[in-house]
Design a protein around this ligand. Structure first.
Ligand code: AGP
Length: 646
């Protein structure tokens, strides 16, 4: 949620900040801005809209054109703001010279406090214009702080929670005359979550960063250094980074990086070397990240599974869970949000079926506040692509506080969730940029299958022949997805007939019901078509009233034992006029075709593994529907990739 990038060095900061923000736009994209420090003065350029709007505004200023050409109505650049005064853009065009700064901070926003507009965009300035701040997260006590600051004569311009940070830093700076101390004092007063970038015109060689519950990294360069919310933003400049811990404050100059912990003690961090390629975070010729990421599914599943099957056995080196521990736990909880939660619902059925341990699933935002009955006899499995989802992170902390052991399934190495878990099983999906999660979901399912098989082996709950056959089939899943992707045009053609649908239902039984939840989420988040997922047998208890002539129903029917039941459910909706798209294994295609209008086949596969492959046609369907509707597939409205606010 929101992206931050900062630079200090010898080069012009604007291009570096803008390139970094482009890589972070998936984190939020309703407004953007930069603050540059040059010759002891801070210039801010910010505006509502996508980064392209900010780019246009910067070009306008650089070319020296007047604000009448710019189309901007209000204050956009504040090179030197007096206490409480805002300079209008027309007064500021002569500030073009200040955009040459070699220190700067940039921000792309996903609004939480205050609508997306020019004024609410970041960076925010202190009243004297001396201090500029970018922020990601939510300052929960901002009203209290604002009241105090107003009583001290501060004038607020925006509706954001962030603006209190700029004023508070200035308040303490005025008192102690030391910027680092002022930032430390400020973050001490903040409740909630923050990742911050701070510059001050009295400190022409300093960039300060701080974080709590929102991700922030420091990039190490030669004669230059960086801060960013996520690695792709600075990967073209450096592969060596420091991962900031909660309450760390980092002080960067061109040549040095000092990191202080919560107690103000200087700490020595280990350098984390990023070994994946910048290509992995770019579109590589695909029209959208989402398509690129779906096409990567075979490869990343192979990577997630491959090295963990050794000599026909599952070997999870990173997990130290013993048979004795498993024998002594009462229950497993799986906790996550969104797509990761849907993976958890599949995981529940896999673990219960294979390892015979009871599993409860919870949406993280509910788990945290429902006073769960949980103790040291419980294992909590946390699932998260980003490893930074705040609800999930707080659920993890709640579980640990109550004595549970935490195993996390995470994609981003070194993320907060990974660092705070007792055991981590990484999905090797690589960077996922499209807001709609695709390859991360398949790899989460693959990882959950590994966990279920590992637990089953350790508990002896599965006979060897069955265990071996699932392991062997798991290795074939990437090829199955390859075939599904190869035939994707069929799904595109079907979508072309239905992209004007107003409401679409997804139904399935057992694992197919869990899968339907994900199919439905994918469709609604990127195509904005209303959609619901229902258990096949549950429709007749109410929801079937919504089926009328032409209503589209997507039916997953990959579970052998429930196939006939699903045929009956399809007949029920067909009898009310529904148009049915069925997804099933090749061997059932003919039977499915007798009742459905369109059958998407997946290669024959063990029903327990079927969701890993059967989700791909659903993702493709959502994708084509959204593209045909002209939606912004990679950046759907109102959403952000990484949800680091509650
Ligand atoms: C999926 O398409 C969504 N964008 C969203 O539901 C996502 O899965 C959820 O926010 C959890 O994110 P995480 O896996 O990074 O924790």
């Amino acid at each position: 949620m929101c992206g931050i990038v900062g630079y200090i060095g010898e080069k012009k900061a604007v291009p570096i900040l803008m390139n970094g923000l482009k890589k972070l736009e998936y984190r939020g994209y309703d407004s953007a801005g930069v603050a540059l420090l040059d010759e002891g003065r801070i210039s801010v350029v910010k505006c509502k809209g996508r980064l392209s709007a900010l780019e246009e505004r910067l070009d306008m200023i650089n070319s020296g054109r007047g604000h009448e050409d710019c189309g901007c109505g209000s204050s956009a650049v504040y090179p030197e703001r007096g206490r409480g005064s805002v300079r209008r853009h027309d007064e500021l065009i002569d500030s073009a010279g200040y955009l040459g700064g070699r220190i700067g901070i940039g921000h792309t926003r996903w609004a939480t406090h205050g609508e997306p507009n020019d004024i609410n965009s970041h960076p925010h300035l202190s009243n004297s214009g001396k201090i500029a701040v970018v922020h990601n997260g939510i300052i929960e006590n901002y009203m209290k702080l604002k009241k105090f600051l107003v009583s001290q004569g501060c004038c607020f311009l925006s509706d954001t929670d962030t603006e209190v940070v700029a004023h508070l830093v200035e308040h303490y700076y005025d008192q102690c005359g030391d910027l680092v101390a002022a930032v430390m004092e400020t973050v001490d007063q903040l409740e909630g979550s923050y990742a911050l970038g701070v510059i001050c015109n009295d400190y022409p060689d300093t960039l300060i960063a701080a974080r709590k519950d929102s991700p922030l990294i420091v990039g190490l360069g030669k004669g230059e250094n960086y801060i960013a919310s996520d690695i792709p933003a600075i990967l073209e400049h450096t592969r060596d980074i420091y991962i900031l811990e909660d309450k760390d404050v980092a002080v960067l100059t061109r040549d040095t990086i000092m990191i202080y912990d919560n107690y103000g003690t200087l700490v020595q961090k280990e350098v984390f070397h990023v070994d994946w390629d910048v290509e992995a975070a770019e579109k590589s010729g695909y029209e959208h990240f989402m398509m690129k990421e779906m096409c990567e599914e075979p490869k990343v599943i192979k990577e997630t599974v491959g090295s963990r099957i050794k000599g026909g056995r599952i070997v999870l080196d990173s997990i130290s869970i013993t048979p004795e521990y498993l024998e002594n736990i009462d229950k497993i909880f799986i906790v996550a949000c969104g797509t990761a939660y849907h993976a958890g619902v599949v995981g529940k059925r896999l673990i219960e079926n294979l390892a015979r341990i009871p599993v409860e699933t919870d949406v993280a935002s509910e788990f945290r506040y429902r006073d769960p009955i949980i103790n040291d006899k419980n294992l909590v499995i946390i699932i998260s692509q980003s490893g930074e989802t705040i609800d999930t992170l707080f659920a993890l902390r709640e579980a640990k506080k109550r004595g549970a052991r935490v195993l996390s399934i995470v994609n981003v190495i070194g993320s907060s969730i990974a660092r705070e878990s007792d055991d981590v099983l990484y999905t090797w999906a690589g960077p996922e940029i499209a807001v709609a999660s695709t390859k991360a979901y398949n790899t989460q399912l693959a990882a959950l299958t590994l966990v279920a098989l590992d637990f089953a082996y350790k508990l002896g709950s599965l006979d060897t022949a069955r265990l071996n056959s699932i392991i062997e089939e798991l290795k074939t899943v990437p090829d199955s997805i390859e075939q599904i992707l190869y035939h994707r045009e069929e799904i595109q053609k079907f979508a072309a007939k239905h992209y004007n649908a107003k409401s679409i239902f997804f139904i399935g039984r057992g694992l197919d019901y869990a899968l339907s939840m994900e199919g439905s989420l994918k469709l609604k988040e990127i195509s904005y078509i209303h959609s619901e997922a229902y258990a096949g047998g549950e429709m007749k208890h109410g929801t079937i009233a919504l089926i009328e002539s032409g209503t589209l129903v997507v039916c997953s029917m990959t579970q052998e034992s429930l196939f006939e039941k699903m045929i009956s459910n399809i007949r029920e909706v067909k009898a009310r006029g529904a148009v049915v798209m069925a997804i099933t294994q090749q061997k059932h295609a003919d039977d499915a075709a007798k009742v459905a209008d369109m059958v998407v086949t997946i290669p024959d596969i063990d029903p327990l593994l079927a969701p890993i492959a059967a989700v791909t046609p659903m993702q493709l369907f959502a994708y084509y529907m959204a593209v045909l509707k002209g939606c912004d597939v990679d950046k759907p409205r109102n959403l952000a990739k990484s949800v680091t606010v509650e």
